[in-house]
Design a protein around this ligand. Structure first.
Ligand code: GLU
Length: 287
């Protein structure tokens, strides 16, 4: 047995792109690594389309994802899970958190939060660099999650102090090649988990989907390492199993910077048009 208690042939890997731009070399590396690891252990490889942000997701990018991954030589199971078809699953998870009294409605605008941060010396920031929410709406009279999500401009936030207290001690995850990592979800503060126009945040959708799809191994970029603390907290609060994690290095450009979807020159389709082969992609990404 490897990977915690999971037998090799039972392991489930996934690649979960957001269809808001074309895939680049960094995505290719992540997708190929997941695919290769699944093949090596005789496990399963799933593709999930993370299109919860309906304002930014585009059908043409989703179609391009299928085309680019097939060109790379990947095969995945059908049907593909598309997050936009599963808002009910995320609503149920939010209701469970709401029933435990862990969510509250927040009417603050981004500009209010930025102003409060400037006014507060040494205001703490989350791992992505955003100021932590100062808690302005935390103690206002409670409104149910269902009602909040019908109102424009109102967000549902997780009360981090209550959530961390309820989750208790010993929150950690198993990281490939690094052993057990202690989770520190408090560094994210009272995160937004939903709002009317995005009825599920990435954080709630990803933990619900990984559990519903039986994912045993989450293999994704290092840029999501810190988010795993929050994911472990949500998994514990929702009684979901803990996958094993492997946060891989990012593919960098010549200047040593992270690749961006907005830079067309590193898109797989641009490289393909220049004559690159899937073997060239594997060689460039070190696979
Ligand atoms: N959808 C995320 C992205 O495209 C990946 C999330 C994950 O692998 O957990 O960056």
């Amino acid at each position: 047995m490897t990977s915690g208690e999971t037998a090799d042939s039972q392991r489930v890997f996934r690649f979960a792109p957001s269809p808001n731009g074309h895939l680049h070399l960094g995505h290719a590396y992540s997708a190929l690594l997941n695919f290769d690891l699944a093949r090596q252990c005789g496990g399963r490889f799933l593709l999930r389309i993370e299109d919860i942000d309906t304002g930014r997701a585009r059908n043409e990018f989703e179609a391009a994802i299928y085309e680019d991954l097939a060109w790379l030589g990947l095969e995945w199971e059908a049907p593909v899970r598309r997050q936009s078809e599963h808002f009910d699953d995320y609503a149920r998870a939010l209701e469970r958190l709401d029933d435990k009294g862990l969510l509250y409605a927040c009417d603050c605008r981004r500009s209010d939060i930025a102003r409060a941060a400037v006014a507060k010396p040494n205001c703490p920031h989350d791992p992505d660099g955003a100021p932590l929410y100062p808690g302005t709406c935390r103690d206002k009279p409670r409104r149910g999650a269902r009602e909040v999500l019908t109102q424009r401009g109102v967000a549902l936030r997780l009360d981090m102090r209550k959530a961390a207290a309820l989750a208790g001690q010993g929150l950690s995850w198993r990281e490939f090649d690094a052993g057990d990592i202690v989770a520190d979800p408090a560094e994210w503060g009272d995160v937004v988990l939903a709002r009317k126009d995005t009825p599920a945040s990435y954080h709630i959708a990803v933990v619900v989907d990984d559990a519903l799809q039986g994912v045993t191994d989450v293999v994704r970029g290092k840029d999501l390492f810190e988010a795993t603390s929050l994911h472990r907290l949500l998994q514990r609060l929702l009684d979901l199993p803990a996958p094993n994690y492997r946060h891989h290095g990012l593919v960098l450009d010549e200047k040593g910077e992270k690749l961006a979807k907005s830079v067309a020159s590193t898109a797989l389709r641009a490289l393909r048009a220049e004559g690159w082969t899937p073997a060239d992609v594997r060689a460039r990404t070190g696979l």
